[in-house]
Ligand binder design. Structure first.
Ligand SMILES: Nc1nc2c(ncn2[C@@H]2O[C@H](COP(=O)(O)OP(=O)(O)OP(=O)(O)O)[C@@H](O)[C@H]2O)c(=O)[nH]1
Ligand SMILES: [Mg+2]
Length: 322
């Protein structure tokens, strides 16, 4: 018989950097909320996205978390701490791990994953394992022994092979998570996320920078919003790209300002798609020497203060006449 009783709860999407957690969040929501790039440590703070279905009635408050890794600076420590906070508050933990060709069980459940699992072993909270990027496998047969070995390492509530990028089996994953949620509906049906639009605008600028720069620049870039004004015909946004060194500033700006222009165009298009309004975007570039090693600046520059408590809808963007 199909399940018709309402269920809802929080599900933390946890795992190493670059395994596809943010891609999965976007896939589940059917819209791009979290930025996702080929570079690890893209996500810097927990981001809530509520999945809701009517039949059966369900609400799953997914919390995309920064990737778990061994940190080497204040920024890395803040990311891991933030991720752990998001995981601790969840009803269900979704551990995402990624496959590459010829992956063995130690690639799938390595030291980062096992240390998270060990911390969850006695807590009584269900853990679902998503094995992502199955589109990279030449044949699905190779998966069978891995599934069995994974279950021997931890008593998972479910193990679901998926492709977050292609969408394969994401429905099956939602079923596995929903089966572990407490009964009742608890969230405002209008709630999609815990962040205001301006947070996502800053993230989309950061994504554009990450995608157009290399080496250490993507890891040491932050974006602040200086102005966010909804005018009659467009939203006017002024943002600052913060880099860590003078040399990075030149890289972001590019020859004759060419790279900054490309970044601006791409970010503007992405923000327009998200907020469904025309956008005027002005970008500045500023150096904050060594900010990734300064805990106070890390707090300021990673958008942590922007979150509102779960249960309260995100406030609308400030309305000002311009
Ligand atoms: N082939 C393939 N690539 C994927 C899949 N899911 C995600 N990716 C790619 O993996 C890369 C990392 O994706 P993200 O979603 O940013 O990974 P993340 O786990 O959120 O990473 P952090 O935020 O750094 O922790 C991106 O280039 C994605 O396009 C998948 O199912 N198949
Ligand atoms: Mg991410």
């Amino acid at each position: 018989m199909p399940e018709t009783e309402p269920h809802s709860g929080r599900c933390a999407i946890a795992g190493k950097p670059n395994v596809g957690k943010s891609t999965l969040l976007n896939r589940v929501l059917g819209q791009k909320l979290a930025i996702a790039t080929p570079k690890p440590q893209t996500t810097r703070t927990c981001i809530l996205g509520v999945y809701a279905s009517q039949d059966p009635p369900r609400q799953i408050a997914f919390v995309d978390t920064p990737g778990l890794h061994r940190p080497h600076n204040a920024l890395g420590r803040a990311l891991v701490e933030d991720a752990k906070g998001g995981i601790m508050e969840a009803d269900v933990v979704l551990l995402v791990t990624a496959l590459h060709k010829n992956a063995g069980i130690d690639d799938l459940l390595g030291s980062e994953e096992m240390s998270l699992l060990d911390s969850l072993r006695d807590g009584g909270r269900p853990v679902v394992l998503a094995i992502n990027k199955i589109d990279r496998l030449p044949s699905r047969e190779a998966l069978l022994p891995l599934l069995q070995q994974a279950q021997e390492r931890f008593d998972f509530a479910g193990i679901v092979p998926i492709s977050a990028l292609g969408g394969d089996n994401v429905g099956g994953l939602i079923e596995a998570i929903a089966g572990e949620l407490p009964p009742g509906l608890q969230f405002d049906p209008e709630l999609l996320t815990d962040r205001p639009e301006r947070f996502f605008a800053a993230e989309l600028v950061r994504e554009a920078v990450i995608r157009r720069t290399r080496q250490e620049v993507p890891y040491a870039v932050a974006v602040t919003i200086d102005e966010y004004v909804e005018e009659a015909k467009l939203t006017r946004i002024v943002a600052t790209i913060v880099v860590e060194r003078e040399g990075h500033k030149g890289i972001v700006i590019g020859k004759g300002g060419a790279r900054l222009k490309e970044i601006g165009t791409r970010a503007r298009e992405e923000i327009e798609a998200l907020i469904e309004r025309k956008v005027f975007l002005k970008l500045w570039v500023k150096v904050a020497e060594g900010w990734t090693d300064d805990p106070r600046r890390v707090q300021e520059l990673t958008g942590r203060e922007e979150a509102v408590p779960l249960g309260t809808p995100a406030p609308p963007a400030p309305e000002q006449e311009g």
